[in-house]
Design a protein around this ligand. Structure first.
Ligand code: HEC
Length: 636
């Protein structure tokens, strides 16, 4: 079997940060499309100065002092692969003053740095974190307690619709929509956390683990709190307790005090060494529902790895304490299934990670979520599946599989014996399900899939009411991160990038890349706005839409993989406004912000302003570090 020529364009890859991306952040480039991938390390390589892990002085230090726990010996100890994704200074901080201070007490400060260099493969001296962001003074530092966050956006209402009274802008205002300020996330090559506005404050997480509270008007910082690991989820603002909830790359859920940034609790959501959180936790009723995914799919790229033991789940927490109330697993319990052709044990079924923000159904006391592929043979009936569970107990009510027999891991990309016999197609349900009222006291559960299909399910029974194919699909979409809805109209972004074979060719005739409008009751497509291909051979550029989209009355905002941020007429699909986010702009603190591909999170809209991230320097997309704030009001 030839070594795969497939580009490393898989959703699972979107959970790996380029291991050394913190250095040379914006120059960081994923491997060339079609470059021969020989090991998992090749996928993570970001260029720039690198430490050779084989000879690094930190290696024996890690092996003697850390490996016994971090190579699977102790529950909840993240795998070295994950530790390597932390910023080098975050590792040193964890060893000096954080949760690992006891375990690293025998190491000198210089040795802690050597361990961090070994894990991140990054020379410590090359990692330069700029001065803290510009602090607010006077009225800009205050919180507006009358601005109580409504049930809008991921974690509250996955329809991602912002009503007129909050959005404060419509079609007629777009000609006045201009960049007001921007911020360059320090030492970052991607910006993925969904921004949220509450109490007159813009909250967002970042690659180096900092959560920011910005003044939305001026971009100064009311507080910033540095945690250890990247934040890829949205920030959920609890209107009653004024807590912020989110998850991090190491699989920890966190709660901060929104007014001070003080950490209230943090809990790891899984015992598994490779657990991570990408989907935004959902606040519903008295509980917080946290979706758990993992990076174990990558471990199977090691021919000796016994793949796999991770099972996707949703964990319901007490939002006051982070204490677990129940856990609903997706995949069945893994048991030995023989050996791979390389001689490694196979454990299965496994995987079916949950990437999306769960959907809370208050009226029926249920939670809905979708899963990804199994990691090992045998594929079971829980992969690429939509689940309905009881909101109070987690008991499964129904589950509907959208693609059967989907078992896949990195071994398939590397042409290894660890590739399950099913060999993909890796058609996760990566985007959140939308619960849409369709009249006569009925709802439709609308689900987008990486296969390029959108499905309408009866939320009572899980029965498929309709399905519509709007893209040819692929490992990064089809529908990748998230749809939006305005009433009955569903806005489904399609990525359909050129992700098969060596050729980076976008063929508009056969691909559905762009924005589609679908009727929630029938699945009929109302319009399709095909993405213009302005990449013209530009490296790591694709015209399609992978990021979640956001709707306001009359307008849909969508960030494209080519860095174009567009506003579409929600009635016709006509592009009404656009801005090229890849152009360098001054950051609020005097540095330069520069966007790239837009993926993961989508825009937040609040009082005539629009906030969006740009930059996705992973897996053949364009790097960037920009948070951009647009405003319909003229600059003061
Ligand atoms: C006795 C077992 C054990 C040893 C020894 C150990 N660790 Fe850990 N480590 C853990 C566990 C468990 C966690 C997860 C803790 C949590 O999430 O609160 C962890 C977490 C971490 C984290 C993430 C910390 C964060 O802030 O989230 C880093 C970095 C880390 N360890 C590095 C190391 C290094 C480097 C060494 C060796 C010097 C080491 N550990 C030794 C068990 C261990």
């Amino acid at each position: 079997m030839p070594i795969i020529a497939k580009r490393p364009n898989l959703l699972w890859l979107s959970i790996i940060t380029l291991a050394a991306s913190v250095t040379a952040a914006l120059q960081a480039a994923p491997p060339e499309p079609g470059a021969r991938i020989k090991s998992v390390d090749d996928l993570n390589s970001s260029g720039g100065a690198r430490i050779d892990p084989a000879t690094a002085p930190g290696r024996p230090l890690f092996e003697q002092n850390c490996a016994m726990c971090h190579l699977g010996g102790v529950a909840k100890a993240p795998s070295p692969q994950f530790l390597g994704m932390l910023a080098p200074d975050a590792i040193v901080a964890s060893l000096s003053s954080g949760v690992m201070r006891t375990q690293a007490a025998m190491l000198s400060p210089a040795q802690r740095i050597e361990v961090a260099e070994y894990l991140t493969k990054t020379p410590y001296a090359s990692y330069q974190r700029p001065a803290p962001p510009k602090q607010c003074a006077g009225p800009a530092a205050a919180f507006d307690l009358t601005d109580v966050p409504g049930a809008i956006g991921w974690g509250r209402d996955n329809r991602r619709f912002v009503p007129a009274n909050v959005a404060g802008l419509g079609k007629g205002d777009l000609p006045r929509l201009k960049l007001r300020w921007s911020f360059a996330y320090p030492a970052s090559s991607h910006a993925r956390s969904q921004p949220t506005v509450a109490w007159g404050t813009l909250f967002v997480g970042s690659q180096d683990g900092t959560v920011y509270a910005f003044d939305p008007k001026s971009g100064c910082t009311k507080w910033s709190t540095r945690l250890s690991a990247e934040i890829r989820t949205g920030i959920v603002a609890d209107p009653v307790t004024k807590r912020l909830y989110f998850g991090d790359l190491l699989g920890k859920a966190h709660a901060l005090d929104a007014l001070t940034g003080k950490e209230l609790w943090a809990e790891r959501m899984s015992d598994h060494a490779d657990a991570t959180i990408t989907g935004t936790p959902t606040l519903g009723g008295d509980l917080l529902y946290v979706p758990v995914s993992s990076l174990e799919v990558v471990q199977a790229g090691n021919p000796n790895y016994a793949c796999c033991t991770f099972r996707g789940s949703v964990v319901a927490l007490d939002p006051a304490t982070g204490r677990e109330v129940w856990r609903a697993y997706t995949a069945g319990v893994p048991t030995p299934q023989g050996k791979t052709s390389d001689g490694a044990p196979i454990l299965g079924p496994s995987g079916a990670p949950v990437w999306n923000s769960p959907t809370y159904d208050a009226a029926n006391g249920r939670v809905y979520f979708g899963s990804g592929e199994n990691y090992s043979t045998p594929a079971d009936d829980n992969s690429d599946t939509v689940f309905a569970v009881d909101a109070k107990t987690g008991a499964r009510i129904w589950h509907t599989q959208l693609t059967a027999q989907d078992a896949w891991n990195v071994g398939c990309m590397l042409g290894l014996g660890s590739c399950p016999t099913e060999n993909g197609p890796d058609y996760d349900i990566a985007a959140s399900a939308l619960l849409v009222p369709i009249g006569n006291a009925q709802d439709m559960l609308v689900v987008g899939q990486k296969s390029g299909q959108v499905w309408g399910l009866d939320p009572k029974t899980g029965k498929v009411a309709w399905q519509t194919r709007i893209g040819h699909g692929g490992t990064q979409g089809g529908v990748h991160f998230g749809m939006a809805a305005e009433g009955l109209r569903i806005f489904a972004p399609i990525n359909d990038m050129a992700d098969t074979g060596d050729a980076r060719v976008y063929d508009p005739a056969t691909r559905g890349a762009g924005l589609h409008a679908i009727d929630a009751a029938t699945g009929k497509e109302t319009w399709f706005a095909r993405a213009a291909d302005r990449c013209a051979g530009l490296k790591f550029c694709d015209p399609g839409i992978s990021a979640a989209v956001t709707a306001v009355p009359g307008v849909v905002f969508a960030g494209h993989l080519d860095g174009m941020f567009r506003a579409y007429d929600s009635q016709t699909g006509k592009v009404l406004w656009q801005n090229d986010t890849t152009k360098p702009v001054p950051s609020i603190d005097g540095r330069t912000a520069k966007g790239g591909s837009m993926s993961g999170s989508g825009p937040a809209v609040w009082k005539g302003m629009v906030f969006v991230n740009s930059g996705y320097g992973m897996y053949s997309h364009m790097a960037g570090n920009a948070l951009l704030a647009y405003d319909i009001a003229p600059k003061p």
